[in-house]
Design a protein around this ligand. Structure first.
Ligand code: NAD
Length: 423
């Protein structure tokens, strides 16, 4: 596929980096200037101050954020992260990303994101519960089952979602499970949600291999990150016959050209505080070597900004499938494009998670729950359709899959904005 080279700029603001990709796609597809202006400006930004009684008895004030970027395709959807570097620029960027991700997966959702500036690893369970409940109460006018639907993100999990849902229900005086997704199964979570993002990575990888005329059974892969996304992606890809030759997390990286027994790695991590350090099923290599070692498919599934202008030219994979959010910097994009490496972008490759969150919301609204097989089947079909739409737009606009994903999202959002109109 021929790929256009994107303009390279250095972006200090994360939202500016989103705007640069938005502008590039808008230019290529001739997006109307009115719609571009609408999408360059988030619809709503709320900042709250949350005074929490710490276990010491002292009061500490925490900053909480929620940004709704767009609601043109439906209620806004996006996670809540607990991290020290949460700030309004990052939340705004992640909210915009969610608008495009939901549109790429063709979900009836806009995009939002929230967060609390805090260090969850240094807080007690009681402090985290009080903080989660205070956030849900403070944001009661922002969130809503048909308005804005949060989910877990970095530093949060089903546990925090359960506290937030319980607080919201108490404040509203009724049981509204669909207001938050990513919940524990016992209180309305969906089967299949846990593995969904890794599953989406697997389905996207298979779809891309098919287009590249490669048989999964003759293909090798390296997966960076062995958490929720990476471990499920590695397991599901190996179940499809892909030989996983490299794995790694923040504690250690490994390579074995004969293939790594992923079940053994999963068992090892389960008994070893969820980390890979000490695994003996492969040779330990330097972290910096993992992404540039020999393989056909590279799955960055750990953190952002790992494929950069420094290492992009050394990448040996033919195909990159972005499990993490933002693993490739805008500066690395043109280098990958020039090398002819196909990159299935994050807003498509990791949209399996929000897709099954959508299924959770549908099940909550219907009060009727599906089997795991039903969830997986519906998920796989939605991902395959999304992949095809983006692949076809990449051919049509002669651009990278990343730009094609933005174009596909913008086409869908533009239609909705135009039908809904302006004041
Ligand atoms: P996680 O916390 O479960 O796992 C993160 C993994 O990355 C861990 O194995 C950790 O050891 C590893 N890691 C951290 N720092 C590293 C480093 N410097 N080098 C190598 N490995 C490192 O997180 P997750 O839920 O798997 O999320 C991973 C990425 O996927 C993030 O970018 C996240 O935003 C994105 N994502 C997650 C979901 C989801 O449903 N969980 C959905 C969409 C996108």
């Amino acid at each position: 596929m021929s790929q256009s080279v994107m303009e390279v700029q250095v972006h200090e603001s994360m939202f500016d980096a989103v705007l640069a990709r938005l502008n590039a796609a808008a230019k290529l597809m001739n997006l109307s200037d009115e719609v571009l202006q609408v999408l360059r400006n988030p619809q709503k930004e709320v900042k709250v101050s949350l005074p929490i009684t710490m276990d010491s008895g002292k009061i500490q004030i925490f900053e909480g954020y929620r940004t709704v970027h767009s609601t043109h395709l439906g209620p806004s959807k996006g996670g809540i992260r607990f991290a020290m570097d949460v700030n309004s620029d990052e939340v705004r960027a992640l909210a915009a990303w969610m608008s495009f991700k939901c549109a790429v997966a063709n979900l009836p959702y806009g995009g939002a994101k929230g967060g609390i500036k805090c260090d969850p690893r240094n807080m007690s369970v009681g402090e985290l519960e009080r903080l989660s409940r205070a956030y849900a109460k403070a944001m009661k006018e922002v969130i809503g089952v048909n308005k804005d639907i949060p989910a877990p993100d970095m530093g949060t999990s089903g546990r925090e979602m359960a506290w937030m849902l319980d607080e919201y229900n108490k404040v509203m005086g009724e049981d509204i499970p669909g207001v938050i997704t990513g919940k524990p199964i016992a209180i309305g979570g969906s089967l299949g949600r846990d593995a969904a993002t890794g599953r989406g990575v697997m389905v996207n990888t298979l779809a891309a291999l098919k287009r590249l005329n490669l048989n999964p059974k003759n293909v090798t892969a390296i997966v960076q990150g062995f958490g929720n996304v990476g471990s499920h992606a590695a397991r599901l890809l190996s179940e499809q016959g892909v030989k996983i030759v490299g794995i790694g997390d923040h504690t250690a990286s490994f390579y074995n050209e004969k293939g790594i027994d992923i079940k053994a790695a999963l068992d090892f991590a389960a008994k070893n505080n969820k980390v890979l350090k000490g695994f003996t099923g492969a040779t330990e290599i330097k972290a910096s070597e993992l992404l540039v070692s020999a393989c056909d498919v590279l799955v960055p599934a750990a953190l952002q900004n790992v494929i950069t202008e420094e290492n992009a030219s050394k990448i040996q994979a033919k195909l990159i499938v972005e499990g993490a959010n933002g693993p490739t910097t805008p500066q690395a994009d043109p280098i990958l494009n020039e090398k002819g490496i196909i990159c299935v972008p994050d807003i498509l490759a990791n949209s399996g998670g929000v897709t099954v969150s959508y299924f959770e919301w549908v099940q909550n609204k219907a009060g009727y729950y599906w089997t795991e097989d039903e969830v997986n089947q519906k998920h796989d079909l939605k991902m395959e359709i999304a992949f095809e739409a983006i692949w076809n737009n990449a051919s049509k606009y002669k651009c990278s899959m990343r730009l094609a994903a933005y174009i596909t999202a913008l086409q869908r959002i533009e239609q909705a904005v135009k039908f809904k109109g302006f004041y």
